[in-house]
Design a protein around this ligand. Structure first.
Ligand code: PLP
Length: 357
């Protein structure tokens, strides 16, 4: 089977097999990695290696801390203003769809939110152009969502903010291609797409932004507390951290993010080509903003949706149903989805169109 789930998403088979081996007996110790103290030498070695491998994969500069937290990307929607306002009262946001809207709604609880750009008037069918992004005076940071997982809209550039810290929700495209981390103040991502299992959240934050939290910030929501405690201020999500580490090792074996980016681009190009060549399938997103990770598409007749999904499942193509808010189909093509999965999907789509189109 091939799993096109948007999240929790496919993990590499090799990683699952390694985890299965370690699940009951970690290196002959007679206990599982899940049963070990996070402060044991064994787990600390696992944790440190995972962080180093992520630093290597993303070329994370030394002046950034990597935090392994809980609470999902959704908790970051609140942690960001708490940590990043640094005495200011306004933050800028770019609105490109459902996930940026949620981040904006949460930020409004803590500060004045200025929309630096929004594509809502275009029904979120594109990301804004660089020239459309207008920062407000005295803003604490600019937040954007690099890839709208539901809409299938991805930025093909990094906004330029000068001295204003740039903050990005990369939940659904982190590690999908090389990235210049030094352009950002904070990068955050829920793990359950390109990193590992649900329950782990990775935050990469520049040192100089730490330690200026909003008064009243709960201890657990203070980045500096986690940075100083090596993400072990309390019990961290040990299993997720361990499994993410296996994914990072797997990514290195694949040739790193540069190699992944080439495969990812090929996978997405094949699927968009199949959609564009057919009058039966459609994707409405502006070509330059099309996501290489999440490809939503519709059928000419939505009465066929249920049959499509049933036949796809029978053909081993799983979790193609679109998000409940948009309907249609969505194929998520994260790193762990092999190119063969896209080949199988494209040939199934052509066959389905022949029979039902
Ligand atoms: N941001 C983006 C872009 C997402 O795709 C998701 C989840 O799918 C979230 C935030 C929310 O993540 P979590 O469920 O980890 O809170």
């Amino acid at each position: 089977t091939f799993n096109f789930s948007a999240g929790p998403a496919a993990l590499p088979d090799e990683v699952l097999l390694e985890a299965q081996r370690d699940l009951c007996d970690w290196q002959g110790k007679g206990l599982s990695i899940m049963e070990m103290s996070h402060r044991s030498d064994e787990f600390v070695a696992v944790a440190e290696r995972a962080e180093q491998d992520l630093r290597d994969l993303m070329s994370i500069p030394d002046e950034y801390r990597v935090l392994f937290l809980q609470g999902g990307a959704t908790s970051q929607f609140a942690m960001l203003p708490m940590n990043m306002l640094r005495g200011k009262t306004r933050a800028d946001y770019i609105n490109t769809g459902i996930w940026s809207k949620k981040a904006i709604a949460e930020a409004k609880r803590y500060c004045d939110v200025h929309l630096a750009a929004s594509t809502e008037a275009d029904r979120f069918l594109r990301a804004p152009d660089a020239a459309e992004i207008q920062l407000s005076a005295e803003t604490a940071y600019l937040h954007y969502t690099s890839n709208e997982t539901i809409g299938g809209v991805q930025f093909d550039f990094i906004p330029d903010t000068g001295d204003v810290p740039l903050v990005v929700d990369m939940s659904s495209d982190i590690l999908s291609c090389p990235l210049d981390v030094s352009r950002f103040g904070v990068i955050y991502a829920g793990a359950q797409k390109n990193i590992g299992p649900a329950g782990l959240t990775v935050v990469i934050v520049r040192d100089d932004l730490l330690g200026q939290t909003l008064p009243g910030t709960p201890t657990m929501y203070d980045y500096q507390v986690h940075a100083q405690g090596g993400s072990m201020h309390n019990t961290p999500p040990t299993f997720g951290w361990y499994l993410a580490g296996l994914v990072f090792q797997w990514l290195k074996r694949q040739g790193g993010v540069q190699a992944m980016a080439e495969v990812n681009r090929r996978k997405a190009a094949k699927l968009y080509a199949a959609i564009d060549q057919s009058a039966f399938y459609a994707n409405p997103i502006a070509v330059s903003s099309r996501s290489i990770m999440n490809v939503p598409f519709t059928l000419a007749d939505d009465a066929l949706d249920a049959i499509f999904l049933k036949e796809a499942e029978a053909a081993g193509l799983l979790n193609l149903q679109g998000h409940r808010s948009v309907g249609g189909m969505r194929a998520s093509l994260y790193n762990a989805v092999p190119e063969a999965a896209v080949d199988a999907l494209v040939s199934f789509m052509a066959d389905f169109e022949k029979r039902h189109g």
